[in-house]
Structures are given as structure tokens and as C-alpha cells.
Design a protein around this ligand. Structure first.
Ligand code: ATP
Ligand code: MG
Length: 356
């Protein structure tokens, strides 16, 4: 099994190094036989090849079953005609990695940003290939346009196909959890786009009678996340709403540094931390690599399920367990969690735990 490793910008290379080091130990324990191919993306690629993402790299990425994607500093890239390609978006659209799975949960041993006594254990199932992002619609000539220098318009593409397939993923996941899906929308204002999304979710719900479906306006859902997070199990959301809600949920649950995620298609899966490239702490051994390690654990679990390979699911469980054991020990707190443990020391602690 070959994995493609793309370190990226900012803290990307550090948390990717940590995640690969940990993965190699899990591999030793479970005998997964992973081989790694490293390629440059982001600023490293821009310097060498004049573009943050070479088209041939994206093309070759199709041949890998697993991808480890570091963080990217997209906001600081030059415009697309000067080589600044949004790598995350290109992977999501190019490889049709339509399901961005973003869990957020509180842990009794990590201080959360919720009110005393409140807890959270939810997963945001975010559609990743369409929606309010101009670069997802550009190929059709849609995107953002400025009819006059003083007016800008933005388009948002929602399709029945993409809404139904992300809904199916949400219901499948909820069926294995607490059996509840909440559809996030703003159909009272966006009658057509959010209306179509909601209709698609309700249609898919019929095939999952054991899972309860409710829905919330996106604005109301932010209040519920703060006030009453226990009400959520799986949230299904269009691209933009899902992005905003997942930052809120992960920060409420403790720290962005704990926020793992995968972008999954039907045949391939890519592990990527939920957060950005955090250039403010780059190269200082301050990044919390748990986000990337937990993303890799999710990737292993996805492989276990999709490929019906139980050993991969076991390897994912080993990794999850090791990270939680380390997080439960207050002497291993990284800076984002109020401690002073560095990226490398945290990584070493996880590796030690794997071999316990
Ligand atoms: P970008 O433009 O790439 O999104 P950013 O400056 O917005 O970069 P984010 O990664 O989105 O940075 O996160 C915001 C802040 O949260 C960072 O500046 C950083 O201090 C903190 N942070 C994010 N991820 C981590 C992490 N893994 N470990 C520690 N702190 C983190
Ligand atoms: Mg950011």
C-alpha cells in the first residue's frame, strides 16, 4: 500500500513529520506495509516549479489509496495565474473527495471552552466539492464576478447529486453512533440552494428509518453549539457552513490543535488537519501534532472499513487510544492546551504509548 505525503506550508511539515513517525510505529506493530512517496506542494513547490501544485502531481495522486496532506497557506499564495493554486480545494475537487469528516469532542481530561458541565461529541459531515467557493465553480465560468468596480457577486452551486451523497455519508455514520442527523441550512432565505439541499437530505433520510433527522438554521446552530452541544450527533452541512461550524466546534471542544479530519471520496481518502498553516508558530516546535495524528487514525479506520481490512481498523484504534492516553497525562500538554510540551516530545510520548 502506497501513501502520498505532502508536507505543505507553515506547521504542515512539522505535524506531517510527527504523523509519519507515529504511523511507522503503528505499522511495525500491525504489519500494514505502508510505503511513502514524498512530494512538494505549496511554497516549496512554487519555488521549485513555479506553481503550488503541479497538474501531474494531482494526476498521479489518483493512484494512491491514502494521502497525507499538510496545511497550506492559501491566503498568502500569489493569484492562480502566478502559480498560486489552492491545493486543498484542487484535491477535493480533482479527486472527488467530497466528504470532509470533522469530529469535535470534549474530553474529561482536557479543558474545553464550553460552560461548566457541558460536553460535546459530534461529527460535522461537510460537503467539499461545491457550494459557496468560487474555485469550486470556476470551471463552469462561475465564481465571483464584479459587474462594476463597486459591486461584487458570488455564486453558490448546490446539486441534488452532491447533497444526496453527503447526506448518505452522514446517515451511514449516524447509524453507527447515536442515530441522529441534523441538517444545517438557511432555507428560509436561500429557498433554492438550501431548499434543494434540505430536500435531498430528507429524501436520503427515508432509507434510514432508524436514524432521527432534524434540521436547524445555520445561525441558530452556532448558538446551540455553545449552549446545548449535547443535542448534536452528526451534522450534515454544505461546504461553507460546514467550514465555519467546524472551526467553532473544534475550538469549543478544546483546541484546533486536536482537530483531525479526513476528506473521503468513494475510492480514496486524504488525512488533513482541520486547521490552517499557523505560520505564527512555524518552526518553533510549538505545534500540536495531535490534529494530524488523529487525522491519520481516521484515515486508517476509513481504509479498514472501505477495504474490509480489519487490521487497518485495529491500527487506527491503536493510534486513537495512544493519543488519548498521552492527552490524558497533564505533563504532555502542548502550548495550545496550556502546557509546554513541544511537537517532538508529544510525538515521542505517543510512540512510547503505542508500544506499551
Ligand atoms: P491559515 O491562513 O493557513 O489558516 P492561520 O494563521 O489562520 O493560518 P490557523 O491554523 O487557521 O492559522 O489557526 C489559527 C491559530 O490557531 C494559529 O495562529 C495558531 O496559533 C493556532 N493553531 C492552529 N493549529 C494549531 C496546532 N496544531 N497547534 C497549536 N496551535 C495551533
Ligand atoms: Mg485560518
Amino acid at each position: 500500500m502506497k501513501f502520498l505525503v505532502l508536507p505543505g506550508d507553515g506547521i504542515g511539515p512539522e505535524i506531517i513529520e510527527s504523523a509519519v513517525a507515529v504511523l511507522k510505529e503503528v505499522d511495525k506493530k500491525h504489519g500494514l506495509g505502508i510505503e511513502y512517496d514524498y512530494q512538494e506542494i505549496g511554497f516549496a513547490s512554487l519555488e521549485k516549479y513555479g506553481t503550488t501544485l503541479r497538474p501531474e502531481l494531482l494526476e498521479s495522486a489518483r493512484t494512491y489509496e491514502g494521502i497525507l496532506l499538510g496545511t497550506i497557506s492559501h491566503a498568502d499564495y500569489p493569484p492562480p495565474d502566478k502559480g498560486g493554486i489552492n491545493v486543498s480545494s484542487a484535491f477535493r475537487v480533482g479527486l472527488d473527495l467530497y466528504a470532509n469528516v470533522r469530529p469535535a469532542r470534549t474530553r474529561p481530561y482536557i479543558p474545553s471552552n464550553l460552560r461548566e458541565g457541558k460536553s460535546m461529541d459530534l461529527v460535522i459531515m461537510r460537503e467539499a466539492t461545491e457550494g459557496f467557493y468560487p474555485d469550486r465553480n470556476m470551471s463552469r465560468g462561475w465564481g465571483e464576478v464584479m459587474p462594476t468596480p463597486d459591486m461584487a457577486l458570488s455564486t453558490r452551486k448546490i446539486t441534488r447529486h452532491c447533497s444526496e451523497r453527503i447526506a448518505r455519508r452522514a446517515f451511514e455514520l449516524a447509524a453507527k453512533r447515536r442515530k441522529k442527523v441534523t441538517a444545517i441550512h438557511k432555507a428560509n432565505s436561500f429557498h433554492m440552494t438550501d431548499g434543494l439541499f434540505l430536500e435531498a437530505v430528507r429524501h436520503v433520510a427515508k432509507a434510514f428509518p432508524e436514524v432521527e433527522l432534524d434540521d436547524l438554521l445555520v445561525d441558530a446552530s452556532t448558538a446551540h453549539l455553545v449552549r446545548n452541544p449535547e443535542r448534536f450527533d452528526v451534522l450534515v452541512a454544505t461546504n461553507f457552513y460546514g467550514d465555519i461550524l467546524s472551526d467553532l466546534a473544534s475550538e469549543l471542544s478544546g483546541s484546533l490543535g486536536l482537530a483531525g479530519s479526513v476528506m473521503a471520496g468513494d475510492h480514496q481518502c486524504c488525512a488533513q488537519a482541520q486547521h490552517g498553516s499557523a505560520p505564527d508558530i512555524q518552526n518553533q516546535d510549538k505545534a500540536n501534532p495531535a490534529s494530524m495524528i488523529l487525522s491519520v487514525a481516521m484515515l486508517l479506520e476509513w481504509m479498514g472499513e472501505k477495504k474490509a481490512l480489519p487490521v487497518w481498523a485495529e491500527a487506527g484504534a491503536t493510534l486513537h487510544h495512544a493519543v488519548e492516553k498521552v492527552l490524558a497525562d497533564p505533563t504532555h500538554r502542548t502550548r495550545d492546551l496550556g502546557g509546554s510540551t513541544g511537537t517532538r516530545a508529544f510525538t515521542a510520548a505517543v510512540i512510547a504509548q503505542i508500544h506499551q
